[in-house]
Ligand binder design. Structure first.
Ligand SMILES: O=C(O)c1cc(C(=O)O)c2c(n1)C(=O)C(=O)c1cc(C(=O)O)[nH]c1-2
Ligand SMILES: [Ca+2]
Length: 655
């Protein structure tokens, strides 16, 4: 088989390049790309997985961490493995019940379940070999959405939950036995207790203990990116935002709050900290640094440098020396208003007011990020990095009344356990949403070409030695571009909006491109850019493919809800309750259109009239809807109804 015939790991290789060396498909012949098979993932929520293809078998995950093994020659199911995630765990997931895929190593498939179990599955039979609980404290709302990685016969997995209040860590397990090898925390725990290691003692000096940061966990969750350099024997991980979001609420005296929003290098054998570079000191905006890291050797100022490249949420493209963490350069890849740039020491020059302490601040980028988890790729042929960039407007304002787990009406999602220390959209944002594909030169730190899309939240990228970039879009297309100049060369409609990244591999001498599709993720729960809506699906293309696309279902937005009695005097209180229990899943009624979850402004009148039937032990608990028994009263639900109905009335066109 040719090099790169298989897609063996999440980012294609340990460096995370997502650069396929295959070149049967070229700019000249890509017009003949056609469907070979499609496969029904039988799901309705976000599909974020990068398929792994080994030995003619594709291993891909659906929502709820369900693994599917597919014969790539026929597109037929070999087996599925369902870790049976308790549906009540969905309320702990900030950003949809997603999973980014598996690792495959020596005949074993590894998946991490949304509720935090790492499962080893026999690749041939689909039977479980072992399972480990990766969660240190079940009283905390940890979730796992990321794909495990295997470096040096160890399976490594982190977790998420920094919107709720957790302490981030990653754990390595022996791939064969499942025994724990090491664990590294991203932030210090209670400083009155012994520190786990020296890196924690050092980090604790950058937090103000008067904020009792350990109660809210501190954050630094490592929920997405990990790469490995075997020569340097270093692994790299991106850490998440600090928790709560408000810097002053968690660390009143300031401080950088290490190691949140950082790139960290660890010894893969021991988990020992080696170096870090913090991209957003004293994070205040949910600026995670968990976006895909890519390792490359670049000629910069005449010298070949071993670098790590990164386009995190905060809107700057970073090039860092991966031997020692030295800052090389940073340049904004979208307009940003929180910092003017980076100084020579690699510290951001912040803009006044950006911390939203006195006045609300329309942060650009907002907490959805200028680039989120959607995969980046890098071609050594073009020297360019390809990634989806965006803005999703959101106004932040420090919430001076916030206390950990003391939910008050009006605090975003606090009713189900969120702890932001921030109010959102206390006034309407004026910044503009956009989504685009960017081809970025990391040496010159400049955009080389771009493609505007119709909305934010587009898919990750694949680049090939045939000089093609593949990307799926929010408006349900898979597109091939010329990697050199961005010329659009081919596209196919998809059954729904695309967020995951395509992969390429070769079987029996034929190059394939596959993509797992299913609209969702954090933005995709409440918004959408296409009416096309079919279950999660894997599409596989090759030159000369002639299979028909599956029939596409379309949804129709119902009429705005109305005709149900309510008391307008309840609307204000209902607004606050809706914000603290419903808004990040169901969106703003009648304003958003709904994504993979319904917008209640377009519900049937009977649904809103009898909303308590859905809120208390309702039928959708089986799909992840929380049971609000004991959390909301009948009176609360009456007020929430008034908000939904009142908002629908307010946006209804006047006759
Ligand atoms: O702080 C965290 O622990 C955490 C976890 C996750 C996650 O695990 O999905 C996301 C985020 N944060 C986040 O900030 C974010 O924007 C986000 C988007 C998505 C997604 O899958 O669409 N997950 C997450
Ligand atoms: Ca986050």
């Amino acid at each position: 088989a040719s090099p790169g015939a298989e897609w063996r790991s999440h980012g294609f290789d340990d460096a995370g390049t997502r650069f396929s060396p295959l070149k049967q498909i070229t700019p000249a012949n890509v017009k003949d790309l056609g469907l070979v098979w499609s496969y029904d993932l039988e799901s309705t929520r976000g599909v974020e997985a990068t398929p792994i293809v080994v030995d003619g078998v594709m291993y891909v995950t659906a929502p709820w961490s369900v693994v599917h093994a597919i014969d790539v020659r026929s597109g037929r199911r070999l087996w599925t493995y369902d870790p049976e995630v308790p549906r009540a765990h969905a309320k702990n997931a900030c950003c949809d019940v997603v999973n980014r895929g598996v690792a495959v190593h020596k005949g074993v498939v590894y998946v991490a379940s949304l509720d935090g179990r790492l499962v080893a599955i026999d690749a041939a039979s689909g039977k479980r070999r072992w399972e480990q609980d990766t969660i240190i404290d079940r009283a905390r709302p940890y979730t796992v959405t990321g794909a495990p990685r295997v470096f040096k016969d160890k399976v490594i997995i982190g977790n998420g939950g920094a919107e709720y209040g957790v302490r981030g860590y990653i754990t390595a397990y022996d791939a064969d036995s499942g025994r724990q090898a090491w664990r590294w925390f991203a932030v210090p725990g209670d400083p009155s207790q012994p520190f786990e290691d020296e890196s924690m003692a050092k980090a604790a000096k950058t937090w103000d203990p008067s904020g009792r940061y350990w109660e809210a966990g501190g954050g630094g969750t490592m929920w997405n990116s990990m790469v490995f350099d075997p020569e340097l024997n270093l692994m790299y991980v991106g850490t998440g935002n600090a928790s709560p979001w408000s810097h002053r609420q968690r660390s009143p005296g300031g401080g950088d709050n290490l190691y949140t929003a950082s790139i960290v290098a660890l010894d893969p054998d021991t988990g020992k900290y080696v170096w870090h570079y913090q991209e957003t000191p004293g994070d205040n905006w949910d600026y995670t640094s968990t976006q895909d890291l890519i390792l490359a050797d670049l000629r910069i100022d005449g010298k070949l440098r071993k670098v790590v490249m990164h386009a995190p949420k905060n809107g700057f493209f970073f090039v860092v020396d991966r031997t020692n963490g030295a800052f090389i350069s940073a340049k904004n890849f979208v307009p940003v208003n929180w910092a003017k740039g980076y100084d020579r020491n690699g510290r951001p020059i912040e803009m006044p007011g950006a911390r939203a302490v006195e006045e609300p601040f329309d942060a650009v980028p907002g907490p959805f990020g200028a680039h989120n988890w959607h995969s980046m790729s890098f071609s050594p042929q073009t020297g360019l990095a390809y990634f989806p960039a965006q803005n999703v407007p959101l106004v932040l304002a420090e919430d001076k009344t916030w206390r950990h787990n003391q939910a008050q009406a009006g605090q975003p999602m606090a009713g189900i356990g969120w702890n932001l220390g921030m109010q959102v959209n206390s006034r309407a944002p004026t910044s503009q949403p956009f989504g685009r594909l960017i081809a970025w030169d990391p040496v010159k730190q400049k955009e080389v070409w771009r493609k505007e899309h119709v909305s934010p939240w587009n898919g990750g990228t694949l680049v090939t030695a045939g000089n093609l970039v593949f990307q799926g879009t929010a408006d349900a297309r898979l597109i091939a571009y010329d990697a050199r100049d961005g010329k659009e060369l081919w596209s196919s409609p998809m059954g729904t909006g695309v967020i995951a990244a395509p992969v390429s591999y070769e079987v029996d001498g034929r190059q394939y491109v596959s993509i797992a599709v299913g609209w969702g993720g954090v933005y995709g729960q409440t918004q959408r850019a296409t009416e096309r809506n079919i279950p999660g699906t894997v599409y596989t293309f090759a030159l000369g493919g002639k299979a028909p696309l599956p029939e596409f279902a379309h949804r129709q937005l119902n009429a705005l809800v109305g005709g149900v009695a309510y008391d307008p005097a309840d609307v204000a209180a209902g607004t606050a309750l809706y914000v603290s229990n419903c808004v990040f899943c169901h969106g703003v009624p009648g304003v958003d259109k709904g994504g993979n979850l319904p917008n209640l402004g377009y519900s049937a009148p009977e649904t809103i009239e009898h909303l308590e039937r859905f809120v208390f032990k309702g039928p959708y608990m089986a799909r992840g809807m929380p049971d609000f028994s004991g959390h909301l009263s009948d009176e609360d639900v009456r007020k929430i109804k008034a908000f939904i109905l009142g908002t629908a009335d307010a946006v209804r066109p006047k006759k």
